[in-house]
Design a binder for this molecule. Structure first.
Ligand SMILES: *[C@@H]1O[C@H](CO)[C@@H](O)[C@H](O)[C@H]1NC(C)=O
Ligand SMILES: *[C@@H]1O[C@H](CO)[C@@H](O)[C@H](O)[C@H]1NC(C)=O
Ligand SMILES: *[C@@H]1O[C@H](CO)[C@@H](O)[C@H](O)[C@H]1NC(C)=O
Ligand SMILES: *[C@@H]1O[C@H](CO)[C@@H](O)[C@H](O)[C@H]1NC(C)=O
Ligand SMILES: *[C@@H]1O[C@H](CO)[C@@H](O)[C@H](O)[C@H]1NC(C)=O
Ligand SMILES: [Zn+2]
Length: 946
């Protein structure tokens, strides 16, 4: 009974001191439990003054801060609800001030409450906050610099000159970690200006979103001799909290960009030369986007920061882009063209975000695919601009399409637009589909409406919504209106509705084309594509708005990307059957979906397949566009796998690969072969037939590209041929083609003997893997030693780790898992290492038992639960019999509670094992018979059919 009374006295004191505060209302009874997952809409933050003092003293790695948030009251309220998590907030120094015309009034605080579930920090004011008025709230807080790689965290590296561990601090706030660094309104629709002060040791560098305005000596009451300074940054334009960023470090920079925006690329001093490439390309990409989108952003300085330990690949913070160091290192003379292309892709993606996501931000996370989809698609255009020899427009689009077609097939997949009601859901919504399906839907739209409509629509949209939050609705409108004006779209059709059918539903369609040869027509229907076709029979009604493009033997219109027809999808989801006339003459093949502009598979009647097959297996095969050859390969593999089509036909089609010279169809085929290789490798007889067939297909190309030879000078061979050689030689060695294995062993032996590594960079994965797979234990030790000793191989680390997983020694593999999971240096490659071992036939049981035995340790090791889920997924993909499934299901069931937030992913892992086992049951014999038949036929008639 005493407690409340004391409370009242304290309050009176406050009122006495600050005056003008009501005495009224005993408070506790007024409190309601605010359980909604979004913040109340009563307050609108306008400005943050954020002061953070960072200590990088190795014995004292912490930060302390103060934030003053100025906000407007939109709806009168008695509380201020904002986000804070794991911060120690000093409740005694909370100040709330109301701005009047001339003076400001201090408000007393009634009570403070923390509501953990949604990270709310709630301040009840003694007096009501009035609509239309502006207030300022000051909070003082502190926390350790964590090692979790999000929020405001610390990262370290060993200085190569002094051999000392150096610490740096950096932020990673997207999507919901700003609240762990300072109390804030941590939702993307709350944009505010930020004035940031960073307190730090004078000898260090401080970076934030904007250029440094000035630096001041920091005066501290407690410590006269401090050598701390304040770095004070220019005020930002209004940005959401997740784009705020800062870092304290001892890095140096490369300066680049000779117009408007100056680019500062920051790296630790030891590796500054490996940052040159990123510094070089960024201004060019930036300029490209600026002119493509006809919009300048208010940057004078753009920082790019290489962070030694980084969870994501990169982060597009406003004006301070952060990258995972190991992904970007590139020595100008030794790195491969492929790594340059990968770096360019990442840099382009983050720069594109400055427009898509930063200049205009989504209101909420449910449609994160729009941010990621646009940034990904724009990065493809940007990289293509940077170097058209990379043929990125085709190759990267195809990569994305094949990924979507492969992953968006499970019952447990999800729609792009997701209901997001918790922070865990927000984090897991950044998945492959958001990036790739998103990007390929943007590509589809681009092709449907045409260049001018697409670009002008975007330009208008961006300038209209600059510095606001919006969900792209008016962009779709703008596309529709223009598309109608230019007659790209019938006026009764509407982009928003078209798109909605693709984003609100899981999966993608299979188009069924049945030709009527007597009157040159074709009937077209759609259904959802399932990995097990019998699922489709009782599936619920679904349909998509499908743009239809086509070419035929007599009309090779592979460049006509605008749809000639639409397969519509009306409200009642009735599956409409349309009949198209004037298709093609009886003897001519037709192909739907030219250049795979739409995200769907196509299936034909048997006669049309036969016509296509005949052309592929003839010297006319290049009549079919290279992307459509890839399409035919991928579709026929998937259709047979899922039971829509016979393996006999698929193998007939694949047979043409012995003539195929282009990179893309091969790349597509090899992706498909990984799946077959995986599933058959446990079944000796079938596996032998399968690998013989592959060898037969691959040898002509392997020889044409001169095996592993004459690549001493990578510059003498075109980029595409180089990539082609890389993929083909990897498989040639994997299939144990003698020439390849011997050449690899020779390369490796030369390296071991001379200690000079002369293996061409693009062949290193092939050579290392082969040497480890078919070599001695001493080869393994040599490579492992090399990985540990050399500090200059960060960019090669992943390649070496992958190769080390190819060992055929059980004890080595088991020890390797320990080595990897017990050393933080390899943390970012640990999932890949585990996956490699799981894929290794000898390694699978080792990986499985390791996961089950060390589960708790592995879960702590990953900083987010996704890591351990990825381990489970990589095991699931290798399960091809009930026998090797033993233990996994029981284990998952036991851990059900731990996975409750990601149960859907666990279900999808289980689904993968079931699909694999089902496939073996249905198709092992079928594939066996067809491969044997081919084998016999090959023996009799080895010459090329006409
Ligand atoms: C709010 O929640 C707490 C704990 O869940 C409960 O004890 C309390 O009665 C609730 N108050 C109201 C007003 O619902
Ligand atoms: C805070 O104020 C908002 C708006 O008036 C209200 O919806 C919410 O329930 C309040 N929260 C609490 C914990 O009282
Ligand atoms: C928050 O702090 C608690 C206890 O101090 C700790 O167990 C937890 O891991 C931290 N959580 C996050 C998300 O930082
Ligand atoms: C660097 O420090 C580590 C650990 O303190 C030590 O093992 C190593 O020998 C040192 N290397 C050099 C070159 O001084
Ligand atoms: C001032 O700070 C320095 C560095 O943190 C510390 O070594 C020193 O003891 C402090 N002096 C006082 C008077 O607190
Ligand atoms: Zn992104």
């Amino acid at each position: 009974m005493l407690q409340p009374y004391v409370g009242v006295i304290v309050k009176v004191l406050l009122i006495a001191i600050f005056s003008n505060c009501c005495l009224a209302k005993p408070s506790r009874s007024r409190f309601t439990n605010y359980t909604h997952y979004r913040l109340p809409e009563s307050l609108k933050p306008e400005h943050y003054t954020l002061k953070i003092v960072t200590s990088l003293d190795p014995l004292h790695l912490t930060f302390a801060g103060e934030v003053i948030i100025r906000f407007q009251v939109l709806i009168g309220t008695g509380n201020i609800t904002l986000h804070a998590r794991n911060l120690t907030i000093d409740e005694n120094s909370i100040e709330l001030i109301k701005y009047d015309d001339n003076e400001s009034t201090r408000y007393a605080i009634d009570a403070v409450r923390v509501m953990g579930e949604h990270d709310y920090f709630i301040i009840h004011s003694c007096l009501a906050l009035l609509r239309g008025e502006t207030y300022a709230l000051k909070l003082v807080f502190r926390a350790p610099l964590n090692q979790l790689l999000y929020g405001y965290y610390r990262s370290s590296y060993v200085d190569q000159v002094t051999n000392e561990t150096k610490w740096m601090s950096v932020t990673q706030f997207e999507p919901t970690y700003a609240r762990t660094a300072f109390p804030c309104f941590d939702e993307p629709n709350f944009r505010a200006k930020f004035k940031i002060w960073l307190g730090h040791q004078k000898s260090l560098v401080a970076l934030s979103n904007t250029p440094l305005a000035k630096q001041e000596k920091m005066y501290s009451e407690s410590n006269e001799t401090d050598d701390y300074v304040w770095s004070i940054f220019e005020e930002t334009v209004p940005i959401p909290t997740y784009l705020v960023a800062y870092s304290v470090n001892n890095f140096t920079y490369k300066l680049s960009g000779n117009y408007g925006v100056k680019f500062y690329t920051w790296c630790r001093p030891d590796i500054i030369n490996e940052c040159e490439f990123t510094a070089q390309i960024a201004p060019e990409l930036y300029k490209f986007f600026e002119s493509l989108l006809a919009m300048s952003l208010p940057f004078t300085k753009m920082n790019q920061l290489f962070v030694p330990n980084f969870r994501a690949r990169a982060m597009e913070n406003w004006g301070l882009i952060t990258y995972r160091e190991s992904l970007l290192l590139c020595s100008l003379n030794s790195s491969s063209e492929m790594s340059r292309q990968r770096i360019a892709t990442l840099v382009a993606h983050e720069l594109a975000h400055q427009w898509f996501g930063n200049a205009v931000t989504l209101k909420w996370w449910s449609d994160i695919w729009m941010n990621e989809g646009f940034a990904t698609y724009m990065s493809i255009l940007g990289v293509h601009h940077l170097n058209s020899n990379w043929n990125f427009l085709q190759i990267e689009s195809m990569n994305n399409i094949l990924d979507v077609l492969e992953y968006d097939v499970q019952v447990n997949s999800h729609a792009l637009t997701q209901g997001i009601k918790s922070t865990i859901q927000i984090t897991s919504s950044f998945d492959l589909l958001a990036y790739k399906k998103g990007a390929m839907l943007v590509r589809m739209l681009h092709m449907v409406v045409g260049d001018d409509v697409f670009l002008n629509g975007i330009r208008e949209y961006l300038s209209k919504f600059l510095y606001t939050a919006d969900n792209y609705g008016s962009l779709w409108n703008s596309f529709s209106i223009r598309a109608h004006t230019y007659q790209r779209l019938e006026t009764r059709n509407n982009i928003k509705i078209v798109l909605h059918s693709w984003t609100s539903q899981t999966g993608y369609p299979l188009l069924k084309v049945i030709r009527n040869y007597s009157n040159d027509s074709a009937s077209v229907t759609q259904q959802r594509f399932f990995l097990n076709s019998s699922r489709g029979k009782n599936a619920t009604k679904r349909c998509w708005w499908i743009p239809i493009t086509l070419a035929s033997a007599s009309r090779l219109e592979f460049y006509k990307l605008r749809p000639s027809y639409w397969l519509e999808c009306k409200k009642n989801k009735q599956n409409i059957n349309i009949t198209l006339s004037g298709m093609a003459a009886t003897g001519d093949w037709i192909i739907f979906n030219v250049q795979m502009m739409g995200l769907y598979r196509v299936m034909y009647d048997a006669d049309n397949w036969a016509l296509l097959n005949g052309t592929l297996n003839s010297d006319k095969y290049t009549q079919i566009h290279v992307l459509n050859r890839a399409q035919l390969i991928d579709d026929s593999l998937a259709l047979a796998w899922a039971g829509y089509m016979n393996y006999r036909l698929t193998l007939d089609i694949l047979n043409y690969l012995q003539y195929e010279k282009d990179y893309l169809p091969w790349r597509t085929a090899l992706r498909g072969f990984i799946k077959l290789d995986n599933i058959l490798k446990g079944y000796e007889k079938q596996y032998k037939l399968f690998t013989n067939f592959l060898k037969y297909l691959i040898l002509p190309t392997y020889n044409r590209l001169h095996g592993l030879n004459s690549t001493q000078n990578e510059k003498e061979i075109s980029y595409i041929d180089l990539m082609h050689k890389t993929q083909i030689s990897y498989w040639a060695c994997y299939l144990q083609i003698d020439d390849c294995v011997n050449a690899s062993k020779q390369y490796f032996a030369n390296w071991k003997n001379s200690n000079i590594n002369q293996i061409p960079t693009n062949l290193r994965l092939t050579v290392y893997s082969t040497a480890i797979r078919y070599g001695e234990q001493s080869d393994w030790e040599f490579l492992w030693q090399y990985l540990q000793e050399s500090n200059n191989v960060v960019s090669e680390q992943r390649t070496i780790i992958q190769a080390l997983t190819c060992s055929r020694n059980e004890i080595t593999l088991r020890n390797f898992l320990d080595l990897i999971f017990n050393n933080t240096k390899y943390r970012q490659d640990s999932v890949a290492a585990f996956e490699g071992i799981a894929r290794n036939k000898i390694g699978f049981p080792i990986a499985k038992n390791y996961l089950i035995e060390h589960f708790d340790q592995l879960r702590d090791y990953g900083t987010i639960s996704r890591d351990v889920i990825n381990l489970i997924l990589s095991l699931a993909r290798q399960v091809t019999s009930m026998e090797n499934n033993i233990g996994i299901l029981e284990f998952l069931a036991k851990k059900r509670n731990i996975f409750r937030h990601s149960w859907k992913t666990i279900l999808s892992a289980v689904e993968i094992t079931q699909l694999n086992i089902g496939w073996i049951r249905r198709y092992r014999a079928v594939v066996h018979n067809n491969l044997r038949r081919r084998n016999l036929k090959r023996g009799k008639n080895p010459t090329r059919p006409k």
